[in-house]
Design a protein around this ligand. Structure first.
Ligand code: COI
Length: 359
């Protein structure tokens, strides 16, 4: 497949030289838009032409009418991905084929035209290539990529949009939760609201899944928690996930994570941790985990592209707080999995699963 032409001259290959351009304080990266990349990818779909090949343009507003389907009826999905500088001195993506496949499945669930998987991967690669000066030095963070697919064409009656936009913007980011990557997070089990219900769209990375959680998340934050854990909508018994990440529960050498029953987001990091933990001798089960079982566990951690692997310091359920780790200290399995994953992602370890994709 032909590569997309980038709009600026190719970035200098020497890391120090290329990074000098972006003028970023690499030691104070958070998870935000402070260091948003200069260019973004935009492609358009029309019924007559299908997808155009897309182009890289300066980061800026998208054009759409107030009647755009996405603004009225929420036809939108997104992805989260990271490009990182590796020990081999190059910049690499992590399993972009997995995001491409999930993007395709999500488009089908939301009645949108899917983006061909090779176009998706090439668009992500070109966006990174065009913004190499925003990729942090190894170990300082990553270039977070946010692919979007949305119904931007106008419509009044409920129906799919007549036109679509596929866009990718990027930003240099550091740790997702405040306190930094290795600081354990305190979670509270949410009992009033559910994130998803059977037959709904919890398993889709739909934009609409992420704002209903804010009412509980903001309250939890006010009370000193980093985030909430959702329970299943049918029985209020089993763990589902956290607002922004999947959850794993450790007891001895057994690690459990909720199965992909349609209400759980099929995380790329989730899948990778399952495979990695199995290869390291853990018995990993995709099985229902009751909140009571979780309160008795040795350790809990969460996974996601943004959060990577985050140790859970405590979980509070009906006023009972269970502490899993010593204050400020990540749990040993979370640490092991964090290192195993990030060592592959930054090519410090052998890429034995072929997960790394050079830009
Ligand atoms: C990611 O982990 O990349 C996500 O898309 C989750 C988002 C809530 C930050």
């Amino acid at each position: 497949r032909t590569r997309l032409h980038t709009i600026a001259a190719a970035a200098a290959p020497v890391a120090g030289e290329r990074r000098a351009k972006a003028n970023i304080d690499w030691d104070s990266l958070g998870f935000g838009l402070k260091d948003v990349a200069a260019t973004m990818y935009v492609a358009e779909w029309t019924p007559e032409k299908g997808w155009d090949s897309g182009k890289l343009v300066p980061y800026g507003p998208l054009n759409m009418m107030p009647s755009a389907q996405v603004l009225n009826y929420g036809q939108a999905i997104f992805e989260g991905m990271k490009a990182q500088e590796s020990a081999k001195g190059r910049v690499v993506l992590f399993r972009p084929d997995q995001n491409a496949a999930r993007f395709k499945a999500g488009a089908a669930r939301m009645s949108m035209p899917s983006v061909p998987e090779d176009q998706f991967v090439e668009a992500v690669r070109a966006t990174v290539e065009n913004n190499l000066d925003y990729v942090p030095p190894m170990g300082k963070g990553s270039l977070y990529l946010r692919p979007l697919l949305m119904g931007t064409g106008p419509i009044l009656g409920l129906g799919p949009a007549p036109a679509y936009t596929f866009a990718i913007f990027a930003a240099a980011v550091g740790a997702y939760f405040k306190g930094g990557q290795l600081t354990p997070i305190d979670l509270i089990v949410e009992e009033r609201f559910h994130r998803a219900a059977p037959g709904g769209m919890g398993g889709t990375k739909a934009a609409g899944n992420y704002s209903p959680v804010l009412v509980t998340q903001l309250e939890a934050k006010k009370n000193g928690f980093a985030d909430v854990v959702y329970l299943d909508a049918k029985t209020d018994t089993y763990l589902e996930e956290v607002s922004s990440c999947n959850i794993f529960v450790v007891k001895g050498k057994t690690i459990k994570t909720p199965p992909l029953s349609g209400t759980i987001l099929p995380g790329v990091t989730r899948r990778s941790i399952i495979e990695l933990a199995r290869s390291r001798g853990y018995d990993v089960q995709e099985a229902a985990v009751s909140v009571h079982e979780a309160m008795e566990a040795d350790e809990i951690f969460t996974t996601g592209t943004a959060v990577v692997v985050s140790s859970v310091g405590s979980m509070t359920y009906r006023g009972n707080k269970k502490a899993y780790t010593a204050p400020g200290q990540a749990g040993p399995v979370a640490l092991e999995m964090y290192s195993a994953l990030t060592d592959i992602q930054t090519e410090k370890a052998d890429d034995k699963f072929s997960w790394v994709y050079p830009v």
